[in-house]
Ligand binder design. Structure first.
Ligand code: B1M
Length: 210
């Protein structure tokens, strides 16, 4: 449908001022809100993701696209119940204990939300026990941890150990990322997956939820 393609392009180009009118037009034309979300808004971010991965789009442009998608979402969200809201899975994510870096983590959150995940963002400096409590409370499919400092990367290990001790490890998949993190480190500490950037983090989640 032409209008869904227009919505995709609007998200791709980050045209924040135009998205609400365009989405409202699609609603007025009687298009299913779930299709507007999946094929239009998320569809646009599905075009953005590989362009970001290949270096053809940069962080500020991705943020503009995500903002545009979220703006359009405001129009359709009231039209569908939570049960109808498409979600690929629930993720809790945070930057680990002692670490205040959140630009990369926020980008991961944006990409996950825009690709259909329900994300509970716990922010920065998230203590080991806060991750454990959040797993108990929110029952996520996936727990994501970000670390940007060599001095905090071992906090990921500590958190995984606490999740193990709490008997919750088999209920969640754990993914990790951040500049000092590698696949080798992920394997050493028993994480389920590592990704080097926001796009591959979503692909990793998709593989885990398949
Ligand atoms: Co800090 N800092 N910083 N810093 N900072 C680094 C990380 C550093 C490499 C700079 C340097 O010395 N060259 C260095 C770490 C050295 C080390 O540990 N080996 C450093 C340091 C030392 C510090 C302080 C200790 C400095 C001081 O006070 N003496 C201090 C620590 C504060 C603390 O956390 N307790 C500090 C503070 C800060 C600011 C507050 C000033 C600011 C953070 C602001 C904020 O985040 N709101 C800051 C910044 C901006 C940086 C640099 C310049 C940029 C980080 C960034 O945002 N990159 C950084 C140098 C650098 O990386 N070049 C540096 C852009 C972002 C898009 O990339 O975060 O890598 P990144 O995220 C990527 C991937 O890593 C991945 O996807 C993201 C998007 O593609 N990814 C995941 C990230 N998390 C993921 C999770 C996943 C999957 C993928 O799954 C869950």
């Amino acid at each position: 449908m032409a209008i869904l393609e227009d919505i995709q392009n609007c998200v791709l180009d980050g045209e924040l001022d135009e998205i609400k009118d365009l989405v409202q037009k699609a609603v007025d034309e009687g298009i299913d809100p779930a299709a507007i979300i999946n094929d239009g808004l998320i569809g646009g971010m599905n075009i953005v993701a590989p362009l970001f991965k290949s270096g053809e789009m940069f962080v500020p442009e991705v943020m503009e696209s995500a903002d545009t998608m979220n703006e359009g979402m405001q129009v359709v969200k009231p039209l569908i119940t939570d049960a109808d809201m498409p979600t690929k899975g629930k993720v809790i994510i945070g930057t680990v204990n002692g670490d205040l870096h959140d630009i990369g983590k926020n980008l991961v959150v944006l990409m996950m939300e825009s690709r259909g995940y329900t994300v509970i963002d716990m922010g920065v400096d998230v203590k080991e026990e806060q991750f454990v409590e959040a797993i108990k409370e929110h029952k996520p499919d996936i727990v994501g941890m970000s670390s940007l400092l060599t001095t905090t990367m071992m906090k990921i290990d500590d958190t995984i150990k606490m999740i193990n001790e709490s008997g919750l490890r088999d209920q969640v998949k754990i993914i990790i990322g951040g500049a000092p993190i590698s696949q080798e480190f992920a394997d050493d500490i028993g994480a389920d997956g590592y990704s080097e950037d926001a796009s591959t983090a979503v692909e990793l989640c998709d593989r885990m939820m398949a």
